[in-house]
Design a protein around this ligand. Structure first.
Ligand code: GLU
Length: 291
């Protein structure tokens, strides 16, 4: 296959488990098999949830597994200027609006609305309260120092798109993104001048990623990322969303389900080879939810 630049992009909010190991090994394997490059990126824009000790553990666990990556490792938190540039471009296109709503206010608004809310992959759509806010009122609130997020006016954004938002999975073929499923997503949080969707799109581009490999849990998010690429005029990579690794009873491995961490497996005396085999076997048994 053609020369691929891949990445593994963990958030240092906890210890890596077998699912992460599979994801990282998969990305590295795709790069190596194509004579390409494998990069690591630390997704640490959420300073409250990210910890240095988890980051150190990520490097240690991945090295223990036998992975090697290029340095320096990109930290998203060190590139907020790049994210701000992208926001400025979207703002110049008139596609962003400030949103002052609290989560509580949004819940209340949705509850009291006459029509049932649209539900998207990230939950009920934002009801559009601040999209309809009078610009003078928005300016007054900003001057008063009220915190605000920046949301994408998704419908307006889509009205500026002239070509279909297609993307390719090298194994599963062509997909068409449907970002309207999400409603108006947050591109800059109140507490952080970026968001996962924005930072991942900008950073994958700036790192020259040609093949984004990640779990199927993030498949819907690709709709947003593909839209942002179109709006920002960025080249479109390929995506491969691998099935989610489950435990023997079929439960997806996740921090919240107490999946054993790589360091726990190591402390139990497992070798990197055994962990690799376990990850491959679980992956072979995992059911793709896509097809
Ligand atoms: N940082 C994200 C996570 O840990 C992954 C980002 C991605 O692969 O797009 O879930």
């Amino acid at each position: 296959s053609e020369f691929s630049i891949t990445r593994f992009a963990p958030s240092p909010t906890g210890h890596l488990h077998l699912g992460h190991a599979f994801s990282a090994l998969f990305a590295e394997d795709r790069a190596r098999r194509s004579g390409g490059r494998f990069l690591l990126r630390i997704e640490d824009i959420d300073a409250e949830r990210c910890k240095d000790e988890y980051e150190a553990a990520i490097f240690e666990d991945l090295a223990w597994l036998g992975l090697r990556w290029e340095t320096p490792v990109r930290h998203q938190s060190e590139h907020l200027d790049d994210h701000a540039d992208a926001l400025a471009r979207l703002a110049a296109l008139g596609l962003l609006y400030p949103c002052f709503c609290t989560r509580k206010a949004i819940r209340k608004e949705i509850k009291s609305a006459r029509n049932a809310p649209h539900h998207g992959p990230e939950g009920p759509h934002y009801p559009g309260t601040c999209r309809r806010l009078d610009p003078d009122e928005a300016a007054t609130r900003k001057r008063a120092g009220r915190p605000f997020a920046l949301r994408l006016d998704t419908e307006k954004a889509l009205s500026t798109i002239t070509r279909p938002l297609v993307w390719n999975d090298p194994e599963r073929g062509s997909f068409t993104a449907r970002p309207e499923r999400f409603g108006d997503v947050v591109l800059a949080r109140k507490d952080i001048p970026a968001s996962y969707h924005l930072a991942v799109t900008v950073d994958d581009h700036l790192q020259g990623i040609t093949l984004v490999t990640r779990g199927e849990d993030l498949l819907p998010a690709t709709d947003i990322h593909r839209l942002l690429q179109a709006l920002l005029d960025l080249p479109v990579p390929e995506w491969f969303h691998h099935p989610m690794i489950t435990d023997t009873s079929g439960v997806r491995l996740a921090k919240r389900t107490n999946a054993p961490t790589l360091r726990e497996l190591r402390e139990q005396g497992m070798t990197p080879e055994q962990v690799r085999t376990m990850a491959d076997q679980s992956a072979a048994n995992a059911q793709p939810t896509l097809l």
